[in-house]
Design a binder for this molecule. Structure first.
Ligand SMILES: Nc1ncnc2c1ncn2[C@@H]1O[C@H](COP(=O)(O)OP(=O)(O)OP(=O)(O)O)[C@@H](O)[C@H]1O
Ligand SMILES: Nc1ccn([C@@H]2O[C@H](COP(=O)(O)O)[C@@H](O)[C@H]2O)c(=O)n1
Length: 230
Protein backbone atom coordinates (compact mmCIF):
# COMPACT_ATOMS: atom_id res chain seq x y z
CA UNK A 1 0.00 0.00 0.00
CA UNK A 2 1.32 3.49 -0.85
CA UNK A 3 2.56 5.46 2.13
CA UNK A 4 1.04 8.84 2.86
CA UNK A 5 1.63 11.87 5.08
CA UNK A 6 -0.88 12.46 7.87
CA UNK A 7 -1.00 15.98 9.33
CA UNK A 8 -2.85 16.46 12.63
CA UNK A 9 -3.21 20.04 13.80
CA UNK A 10 -5.32 21.70 16.42
CA UNK A 11 -5.57 23.51 19.71
CA UNK A 12 -3.37 22.87 22.75
CA UNK A 13 -4.02 19.71 24.76
CA UNK A 14 -6.93 18.47 22.65
CA UNK A 15 -5.58 14.95 22.20
CA UNK A 16 -3.62 15.29 18.95
CA UNK A 17 -0.60 13.33 20.09
CA UNK A 18 -2.70 10.63 21.77
CA UNK A 19 -4.50 9.83 18.54
CA UNK A 20 -1.48 10.42 16.28
CA UNK A 21 0.72 8.09 18.33
CA UNK A 22 -1.93 5.36 18.44
CA UNK A 23 -2.53 5.49 14.71
CA UNK A 24 1.18 5.54 13.85
CA UNK A 25 1.75 2.46 16.00
CA UNK A 26 -1.14 0.59 14.43
CA UNK A 27 -0.22 1.32 10.81
CA UNK A 28 3.56 1.16 11.28
CA UNK A 29 4.26 4.81 10.49
CA UNK A 30 6.77 7.16 12.13
CA UNK A 31 5.22 9.52 14.65
CA UNK A 32 6.60 13.03 15.17
CA UNK A 33 5.41 15.43 17.85
CA UNK A 34 6.41 18.78 16.34
CA UNK A 35 5.37 20.61 19.53
CA UNK A 36 8.10 18.72 21.37
CA UNK A 37 10.66 20.41 19.10
CA UNK A 38 9.45 23.93 19.99
CA UNK A 39 9.37 22.84 23.63
CA UNK A 40 12.97 21.58 23.44
CA UNK A 41 14.15 24.93 22.02
CA UNK A 42 12.27 26.65 24.86
CA UNK A 43 13.89 24.42 27.47
CA UNK A 44 17.30 25.28 26.01
CA UNK A 45 16.47 29.01 26.31
CA UNK A 46 15.39 28.57 29.94
CA UNK A 47 18.53 26.58 30.74
CA UNK A 48 20.72 29.26 29.16
CA UNK A 49 19.05 32.30 30.74
CA UNK A 50 17.68 33.67 27.49
CA UNK A 51 14.47 35.05 28.97
CA UNK A 52 14.67 38.55 30.44
CA UNK A 53 12.91 39.41 33.72
CA UNK A 54 10.00 40.92 31.77
CA UNK A 55 9.55 37.65 29.85
CA UNK A 56 11.04 38.91 26.58
CA UNK A 57 13.52 36.72 24.68
CA UNK A 58 17.15 37.49 23.91
CA UNK A 59 16.53 36.87 20.23
CA UNK A 60 20.03 37.60 18.93
CA UNK A 61 21.58 35.20 21.45
CA UNK A 62 19.12 32.48 20.47
CA UNK A 63 19.70 33.11 16.76
CA UNK A 64 23.45 32.62 17.24
CA UNK A 65 22.95 29.49 19.32
CA UNK A 66 20.39 27.74 17.06
CA UNK A 67 23.28 25.73 15.57
CA UNK A 68 24.04 24.34 19.06
CA UNK A 69 20.51 23.02 19.57
CA UNK A 70 20.20 19.41 18.45
CA UNK A 71 16.81 17.78 18.81
CA UNK A 72 16.10 14.14 18.08
CA UNK A 73 13.52 11.46 18.81
CA UNK A 74 14.96 8.20 20.09
CA UNK A 75 13.98 5.14 22.04
CA UNK A 76 14.90 5.61 25.70
CA UNK A 77 16.92 2.48 26.59
CA UNK A 78 15.62 2.42 30.18
CA UNK A 79 11.89 2.82 29.54
CA UNK A 80 11.92 1.43 25.97
CA UNK A 81 9.67 4.36 25.04
CA UNK A 82 10.26 6.96 22.33
CA UNK A 83 11.46 10.22 23.84
CA UNK A 84 12.59 13.71 22.89
CA UNK A 85 16.33 14.31 23.22
CA UNK A 86 17.98 17.72 23.49
CA UNK A 87 21.72 17.63 22.81
CA UNK A 88 21.87 13.94 23.67
CA UNK A 89 19.81 14.13 26.88
CA UNK A 90 16.30 12.71 27.34
CA UNK A 91 14.15 15.77 28.14
CA UNK A 92 10.74 14.16 27.63
CA UNK A 93 9.59 14.97 31.18
CA UNK A 94 11.22 18.41 31.43
CA UNK A 95 9.62 19.76 28.26
CA UNK A 96 6.11 18.97 29.59
CA UNK A 97 6.35 21.17 32.72
CA UNK A 98 4.12 24.20 33.12
CA UNK A 99 7.25 26.40 33.05
CA UNK A 100 8.07 25.29 29.50
CA UNK A 101 4.38 25.49 28.50
CA UNK A 102 4.30 29.09 29.71
CA UNK A 103 7.29 30.14 27.60
CA UNK A 104 6.92 28.06 24.43
CA UNK A 105 4.39 30.02 22.36
CA UNK A 106 6.45 33.26 22.25
CA UNK A 107 9.46 31.18 21.11
CA UNK A 108 7.27 29.64 18.39
CA UNK A 109 6.48 33.10 16.98
CA UNK A 110 10.14 33.64 15.96
CA UNK A 111 10.70 33.30 12.23
CA UNK A 112 14.23 31.89 12.45
CA UNK A 113 13.10 29.22 14.95
CA UNK A 114 10.15 28.18 12.77
CA UNK A 115 12.33 28.09 9.66
CA UNK A 116 14.72 25.63 11.27
CA UNK A 117 12.00 23.45 12.82
CA UNK A 118 10.06 23.27 9.54
CA UNK A 119 13.25 22.39 7.63
CA UNK A 120 13.90 19.46 9.99
CA UNK A 121 10.23 18.35 9.94
CA UNK A 122 10.09 18.33 6.16
CA UNK A 123 13.28 16.24 6.06
CA UNK A 124 11.65 13.72 8.43
CA UNK A 125 8.67 13.37 6.08
CA UNK A 126 10.67 12.95 2.88
CA UNK A 127 9.93 9.23 2.60
CA UNK A 128 6.27 9.67 3.69
CA UNK A 129 4.82 7.04 6.07
CA UNK A 130 4.66 9.67 8.79
CA UNK A 131 2.07 11.04 11.22
CA UNK A 132 3.00 14.50 12.51
CA UNK A 133 1.02 16.64 14.90
CA UNK A 134 1.30 20.34 15.64
CA UNK A 135 -0.15 23.69 14.63
CA UNK A 136 1.02 24.29 11.06
CA UNK A 137 1.60 20.79 9.71
CA UNK A 138 -1.27 20.83 7.21
CA UNK A 139 -0.83 24.49 6.30
CA UNK A 140 2.96 25.04 6.16
CA UNK A 141 5.04 21.91 6.81
CA UNK A 142 3.15 19.48 4.55
CA UNK A 143 0.59 21.50 2.58
CA UNK A 144 0.24 18.52 0.22
CA UNK A 145 -0.37 15.92 2.95
CA UNK A 146 -2.84 13.28 1.76
CA UNK A 147 -4.76 13.31 5.05
CA UNK A 148 -5.23 16.41 7.19
CA UNK A 149 -7.12 16.57 10.47
CA UNK A 150 -7.88 19.62 12.60
CA UNK A 151 -8.78 18.78 16.21
CA UNK A 152 -10.60 20.91 18.70
CA UNK A 153 -12.39 20.61 22.07
CA UNK A 154 -13.61 23.20 24.56
CA UNK A 155 -10.86 24.91 26.60
CA UNK A 156 -12.49 23.76 29.83
CA UNK A 157 -12.42 20.10 28.77
CA UNK A 158 -8.86 20.35 27.49
CA UNK A 159 -7.72 21.89 30.78
CA UNK A 160 -9.48 19.15 32.78
CA UNK A 161 -7.70 16.46 30.76
CA UNK A 162 -4.30 18.11 31.14
CA UNK A 163 -4.83 18.81 34.84
CA UNK A 164 -5.63 15.14 35.46
CA UNK A 165 -2.54 14.05 33.53
CA UNK A 166 -0.13 16.42 35.29
CA UNK A 167 -1.55 15.62 38.73
CA UNK A 168 -1.06 11.90 38.01
CA UNK A 169 2.55 12.69 37.12
CA UNK A 170 2.92 14.43 40.49
CA UNK A 171 3.33 17.98 39.15
CA UNK A 172 2.34 20.82 41.46
CA UNK A 173 -0.09 22.80 39.27
CA UNK A 174 -3.52 24.31 39.72
CA UNK A 175 -6.45 23.89 37.33
CA UNK A 176 -6.67 27.70 36.87
CA UNK A 177 -3.00 27.87 35.88
CA UNK A 178 -3.49 25.19 33.24
CA UNK A 179 -6.66 26.73 31.84
CA UNK A 180 -4.96 30.13 31.59
CA UNK A 181 -1.94 28.58 29.88
CA UNK A 182 -4.14 26.81 27.32
CA UNK A 183 -6.08 30.00 26.57
CA UNK A 184 -2.90 32.08 26.33
CA UNK A 185 -1.26 29.61 23.97
CA UNK A 186 -4.38 29.36 21.78
CA UNK A 187 -4.40 33.16 21.47
CA UNK A 188 -0.68 33.51 20.69
CA UNK A 189 -0.70 30.54 18.30
CA UNK A 190 -3.71 31.87 16.36
CA UNK A 191 -2.54 35.46 16.14
CA UNK A 192 1.15 35.09 15.28
CA UNK A 193 2.29 36.46 11.96
CA UNK A 194 4.09 33.38 10.65
CA UNK A 195 2.08 30.18 10.10
CA UNK A 196 -0.66 30.92 12.62
CA UNK A 197 -2.77 28.06 13.94
CA UNK A 198 -5.68 27.59 11.58
CA UNK A 199 -7.54 24.78 9.91
CA UNK A 200 -6.29 24.05 6.40
CA UNK A 201 -9.13 24.38 3.89
CA UNK A 202 -8.88 20.69 3.02
CA UNK A 203 -8.57 19.41 6.62
CA UNK A 204 -11.28 17.32 8.29
CA UNK A 205 -12.58 18.89 11.49
CA UNK A 206 -12.85 16.77 14.64
CA UNK A 207 -14.38 18.12 17.84
CA UNK A 208 -13.55 15.43 20.39
CA UNK A 209 -15.02 17.23 23.44
CA UNK A 210 -17.40 14.34 24.02
CA UNK A 211 -15.47 11.48 22.50
CA UNK A 212 -13.46 8.85 24.33
CA UNK A 213 -9.87 8.07 23.39
CA UNK A 214 -11.05 4.78 21.86
CA UNK A 215 -13.75 6.53 19.78
CA UNK A 216 -11.38 9.13 18.37
CA UNK A 217 -8.84 6.42 17.59
CA UNK A 218 -11.44 4.50 15.62
CA UNK A 219 -12.58 7.66 13.80
CA UNK A 220 -9.00 8.42 12.77
CA UNK A 221 -8.38 4.88 11.55
CA UNK A 222 -11.49 5.17 9.37
CA UNK A 223 -10.19 8.40 7.84
CA UNK A 224 -6.85 6.72 7.18
CA UNK A 225 -8.57 3.78 5.48
CA UNK A 226 -10.58 6.14 3.28
CA UNK A 227 -7.50 8.19 2.35
CA UNK A 228 -5.46 5.15 1.39
CA UNK A 229 -8.19 3.38 -0.57
CA UNK A 230 -9.29 6.31 -2.71
N1 LIG B 1 -10.90 11.93 23.93
C1 LIG B 1 -10.24 12.06 25.08
N2 LIG B 1 -10.90 11.96 26.25
C2 LIG B 1 -10.27 12.12 27.44
N3 LIG B 1 -8.95 12.43 27.55
C3 LIG B 1 -8.24 12.55 26.42
C4 LIG B 1 -8.84 12.38 25.13
N4 LIG B 1 -7.88 12.56 24.20
C5 LIG B 1 -6.75 12.83 24.87
N5 LIG B 1 -6.95 12.82 26.19
C6 LIG B 1 -6.00 13.14 27.28
O1 LIG B 1 -5.84 14.56 27.21
C7 LIG B 1 -4.49 14.91 27.53
C8 LIG B 1 -3.92 15.75 26.38
O2 LIG B 1 -3.80 14.89 25.25
P1 LIG B 1 -2.59 15.04 24.23
O3 LIG B 1 -1.30 15.18 24.96
O4 LIG B 1 -2.72 13.93 23.26
O5 LIG B 1 -2.97 16.42 23.57
P2 LIG B 1 -2.20 17.25 22.48
O6 LIG B 1 -3.22 17.91 21.64
O7 LIG B 1 -1.19 16.42 21.81
O8 LIG B 1 -1.47 18.29 23.42
P3 LIG B 1 -0.32 19.34 23.02
O9 LIG B 1 -1.03 20.54 22.56
O10 LIG B 1 0.41 19.56 24.29
O11 LIG B 1 0.53 18.70 21.99
C9 LIG B 1 -3.76 13.61 27.79
O12 LIG B 1 -3.74 13.37 29.17
C10 LIG B 1 -4.62 12.56 27.09
O13 LIG B 1 -4.52 11.29 27.69
N1 LIG C 1 3.82 22.77 14.65
C1 LIG C 1 3.85 23.44 15.81
C2 LIG C 1 3.84 22.77 17.04
C3 LIG C 1 3.89 23.49 18.19
N2 LIG C 1 3.97 24.84 18.14
C4 LIG C 1 4.13 25.65 19.35
O1 LIG C 1 4.64 24.86 20.41
C5 LIG C 1 3.74 24.89 21.51
C6 LIG C 1 3.76 23.55 22.21
O2 LIG C 1 3.18 22.58 21.37
P1 LIG C 1 2.37 21.35 21.96
O3 LIG C 1 1.82 20.66 20.75
O4 LIG C 1 3.35 20.51 22.71
O5 LIG C 1 1.31 21.90 22.85
C7 LIG C 1 2.40 25.32 20.94
O6 LIG C 1 1.57 25.99 21.88
C8 LIG C 1 2.84 26.28 19.84
O7 LIG C 1 3.13 27.54 20.36
C9 LIG C 1 3.96 25.47 16.93
O8 LIG C 1 4.01 26.72 16.86
N3 LIG C 1 3.91 24.76 15.78
Amino acid sequence: MKKIIIAIDGFSSCGKSTMAKDLAKEIGYIYIDSGAMYRAVTLYCLQHGMFNADGSIQEETLKQQMKDIHISFQLDPASQRPATYLNGKNVEEEIRTIEVSSHVSPIATLGFVREEMVRQQQAMGKEKGIVMDGRDIGTAVFPHAELKIFVTASAQIRAERRYKELKEKGQDVSFEEILKNIEDRDRIDQSREISPLRKADDALLLDNSHMSIAEQKEWLKEQFNKATHE
